[in-house]
Design a protein around this ligand. Structure first.
Ligand SMILES: *[C@@H]1O[C@H](CO)[C@@H](O)[C@H](O)[C@H]1NC(C)=O
Ligand SMILES: *[C@@H]1O[C@H](CO)[C@@H](O)[C@H](O)[C@H]1NC(C)=O
Ligand SMILES: *[C@@H]1O[C@H](CO)[C@@H](O)[C@H](O)[C@H]1NC(C)=O
Ligand SMILES: *[C@@H]1O[C@H](CO)[C@@H](O)[C@H](O)[C@H]1NC(C)=O
Ligand SMILES: *[C@@H]1O[C@H](CO)[C@@H](O)[C@H](O)[C@H]1NC(C)=O
Length: 459
């Protein structure tokens, strides 16, 4: 119940700046009133005082709310971190046995990739480090890169399922050799992921830079990509339920927030956030992967960078697609597109749809502010099982994220803050937290005590 107070959190920063401008304007107009009548002057100054007091009170209230949200957030992070640490704890013991490093076989990588400086400066607790593998070990792990072990084919290479010599299941990405882009992608991923640890980013276990081979070894994510679950190629797949979609949206927001706000020394722009780059673990918690195109934001004004346009069509922010102007707000746009996919079950560009519905964003944006239209937009695979209140909020967040004007898009932090109450609600409602599929929720035997709380609307 108390959560409801903070539901309008994303609107706060706007209100805050508005209040600020307000007081500034009044300060400016203050000297002009000087020569005028005393009565007018005193009534104006009373007004100014009242407004100032009101805005100070408002700012204080906002500050309190932010403080409250921060607490909520830190309580949340504690929970997830513990979970994460226990995994690290377990694997760490296994990795000690796995030490021989073939540094000398890859002299060119030595300078570029092993940012020992970064790692030793801020050693995270229990960080076991990124391992260096020999090509032979990975050949063994994947049964000579057998086709049967292929689990994905990303932008920069083929991903294999592999079992490392210590028994750890891993996703092994073999990068294409052609061109500088592949080499850059390799360096970026090793550099970024060995520095940035977050439970919302796919963990890099190691890499291999043996002669001309470039491979990355990641933690294995048993449930594959979000793309696979949201837009399955065969229909036998059980669709993701509403609660799982909300949590995935939240995890992704956390991941991008981490990249934008907590990366040291500069913000990181993912640049290629899409449904294929969101991976799901055994509990359907999401982690973001594929940092091959990521950009470290410089300290330039606004962190704006001009670059060649790379990324996936349908996810590109308009200003980035047309001018190459890249900011963290480009990621926010891509996030908005993924949010729309979670909501509607549609792909970003679908030329098989009727005219006017080809491009998801242009079709959805005018409808997102209309309550009846939102209900019509919902993924039919959800079979009407969702909270309408949540739906309207998610639609509002998505609408803000896909604004054509970058300045009108929220920061990822704002998105995270506005999702917290919705996600928190999920936890308080389904204490088991295990109803992941429509079928499970719909089955009358289990979990329906939950649904009867007027939260799940059957439409
Ligand atoms: C989070 O963890 C820190 C230290 O690990 C602890 O001091 C703090 O009380 C924890 N917060 C909550 C809300 O559990
Ligand atoms: C790490 O794992 C060992 C057993 O492998 C266990 O005794 C220890 O408590 C664990 N530590 C943490 C912090 O989970
Ligand atoms: C560590 O992981 C292995 C499987 O890889 C599991 O059998 C074992 O119980 C785990 N140990 C702990 C302490 O979590
Ligand atoms: C997402 O980006 C990757 C490249 O990083 C690309 O291979 C993939 O096709 C894209 N996914 C979608 C759904 O467009
Ligand atoms: C998700 O992963 C779990 C654990 O590996 C597995 O049991 C389950 O079948 C997977 N679900 C789907 C839909 O792939």
């Amino acid at each position: 119940m108390e959560v409801n107070n903070s539901t309008d959190a994303p609107a706060r920063p706007l209100g805050f700046t508005a209040a600020n401008n307000h007081t500034q304007e009044h300060h400016h107009s203050h000297p002009q009133t000087h020569g005028h009548h005393h009565a007018i002057f005193s009534s104006i100054s009373t007004l100014i005082i009242i407004i100032s007091i009101a805005s100070i009170a408002l700012i204080f209230a906002i500050f309190l709310i932010i403080l409250m949200l921060r607490r909520l957030k830190s309580a949340k992070t504690n929970g997830t971190c513990k979970e994460h640490n226990s995994i690290i704890n377990n694997t760490s013991s296994k990795f000690i046995a796995h030490t021989t490093v073939t540094f000398n076989s890859s002299p060119d990588v030595r300078g570029g990739c092993l940012y020992g400086g970064h790692m030793s400066r801020t050693p995270p607790p229990r960080f076991r480090g990124v391992q260096v593998f020999a090509y032979k070990e990975l050949e063994t792990a994947t049964n000579r890169f057998s086709e049967a072990n292929i689990i994905g084919n990303g932008g920069f290479g083929i991903v294999y399922r592999g079992v490392l010599s210590d028994g750890t299941l891993a996703a092994i990405k073999m990068l294409h050799r052609e061109g500088k882009q592949g080499e850059r992608a390799f360096r970026i991923e090793v550099d970024l992921l060995s520095r940035l640890q977050s439970p919302y980013l796919v963990e890099l276990l190691g890499y291999c830079a043996d002669q001309h081979h470039r491979l990355l070894i990641f933690e294995f994510m048993p449930n594959g990509t979000l793309q696979h679950h949201l837009h399955p190629s065969h229909s036998q797949h059980r669709p993701l339920d509403w609660a799982t979609r909300l949590r995935i949206a939240f995890d992704c927001a956390r991941a991008l927030e981490f990249l934008h706000e907590h990366s040291i020394p500069t913000p990181v722009i993912h640049r290629d956030f899409n449904c294929t780059n969101v991976l799901l673990d055994q509990n359907f918690r999401a982690k973001v992967s594929d940092f091959g195109l990521a950009k470290m934001g410089s300290d330039k004004i606004n962190g704006q960078i001009s670059t060649r346009v790379l990324g996936t069509t349908g996810y590109l922010a308009p200003e980035y697609a047309s001018t190459g102007k890249l900011t963290t707000k480009s990621d926010v746009y891509s996030y908005g597109v993924v949010l729309l996919e979670l909501l509607t079950g549609r792909v970003p560009v679908d030329t098989k749809r009727p005219p006017g519905e080809h491009v998801l964003v242009s079709w959805a944006l005018p409808r997102l502010t209309n309550r009846e239209k939102i209900v019509e937009m919902v993924d039919p695979a959800l079979q009407g099982q969702y909270s309408k209140k949540d739906l309207i909020q998610i639609a509002a967040i998505a609408a803000m994220c896909v604004q054509p004007e970058a300045d009108y898009r929220p920061l990822m932090t704002d998105v995270v803050q506005s999702l917290i109450p919705l996600v928190k609600n999920l936890y308080s409602i389904s204490s088991s937290g295990s109803s992941r599929f429509i079928n499970q929720i719909a089955s009358p035997s289990q979990g329906l005590s939950v649904s009867s709380e007027s939260r799940w609307h059957i439409l």
